[in-house]
Design a protein around this ligand. Sequence first.
Ligand code: AMP
Length: 503
Amino acid sequence: MKENEYLTMDPRTTLAQLLADPEASSPAIICPPIGVVVSYKSLATQVERLAEQFLGAGLKAGEVVAIILPNGLEFLVVFLALTRARLVAAPINLANKAIELKSILDAARPSAVIAESGNTVAAEVTAALEVPLWPPLLESSGGVTLAHLATAARGTLETPKEDDVALLMYTSGTTGQPKGVPLTHRNVLRSVGNIASHYALTPADRSLVVMPLFHGHGLIGAALSTLASGGTLIVPPRFSASDFWPLFREHQATWYSAVPTIHQILLARADTDGAPDRGARFIRSCSAALAPAVLANLEKRFGAPVLEAYGMTETSHQLASNPLPPLPHKAGSVGFATGVEIAIIDQAGKHLPPNASGEVIVRGPSVMTGYRANPAANAAAFIDGWFRSGDVGVLDSGGYLRLTGRIKELINRGGEKISPDEIEAVLLEHPAVAEAGAFPVPDAKYGEDVGAAVVLKGAADPDSLKAFCREHLADFKTPKRIWIASALPKSATGKIRRSELAA
Ligand code: AMP
């Protein structure tokens, strides 16, 4: 299949139409370790019932409901039921500490929060919001219910509109404040259709989902694309290296998608784990750069084509990918545009010819129309109707894209995006810190990790500063290393030069 050939092949435009066959008795979702298997028919019935209950509880179309759940059947049933009821599902990273969660919920203003009963951070933050908290319960039969949600009252479901916002995701802003990315039903369905057709997904496919469902990679890249094509999802609660191949084999998975860090972990342990040397139809890599040597080693060890893709929250995840054989997939490239247009511009905004390096811009039906209530971010994010990725790349004459750098100052730690502003803001809260600069440092496991340099005005050492960060930031954002400096490099306007710090 060639670039853009499949743009309009899938006629579905809302998540209410997502399931390939809502009457099918074939398995839609398998949940290890409890071993629950849910058919398409059971999933569709549950989703309709829960959607009616949401409306019965008084929620109105367009209201936001936060999902703070680990991977599992509960997440997917809740997500599909919310969008079926024309509500907006806002999945949120489970790793957030109370301060981070509060800042996202203050911006998202949910009408209800769905989180596990043991999640004390979610309970604490939700209590202050005075909205209901509904913990999910999973019955051994595979039924999902929500505690404290009245089940007797049922609302009348309306069909979602393709321009309704279905999904609200929060992404690290370069200014430190998370930015809300509203994605419509059509945005999501276009992306799902592009992914399903690009990898020729069929009901025979089974995907082992190891990426979090609160991010586009797990949710759209693996889960929704599989449900749209009638395949089966195997959804353990989290990635576990030692469980990966036993699950892959037991459930006869045909593919998985992951960040390079996970691929590298699987590769390093492959022989110890007795990993199979064939069996996968393909392996997908996305969200951070895959080193060509890792790609080659993965293909050799696991006997499957490794297809690197490029995704962004703002583009409903995938915007480019390498194709399946017999078309060539190229190491060091993220492949060609899948259902969107990609171009490269220079600093003045002029479109550049093939093989020239510049900022990657994208437009198409899966791209968001703007950040939520954020005119400043929107003014910077769009140029003539194209979305500016903040990534630097080169398109070759065949349309294959190579990413070569970043304009935006985010740290990409194994696919998790971290704003240096957010790290600096926390360090500056410490009474002994006068100045702080955060920047990416190379890391063998994560590609990049968080580094920081501080100028002190009181007594502190790197360990106590790290402990302070850990109190206020999700663990993955805590600097791996903190340097104490006598001064930090600054521009004429006094802005810290992070690139010089990193060097
Ligand atoms: P997110 O919104 O979390 O999906 O992050 C999107 C960003 O991840 C992109 O703008 C890129 O900077 C980065 N990214 C995604 N895929 C790749 C890839 N294959 N190689 C390098 N960076 C990537």
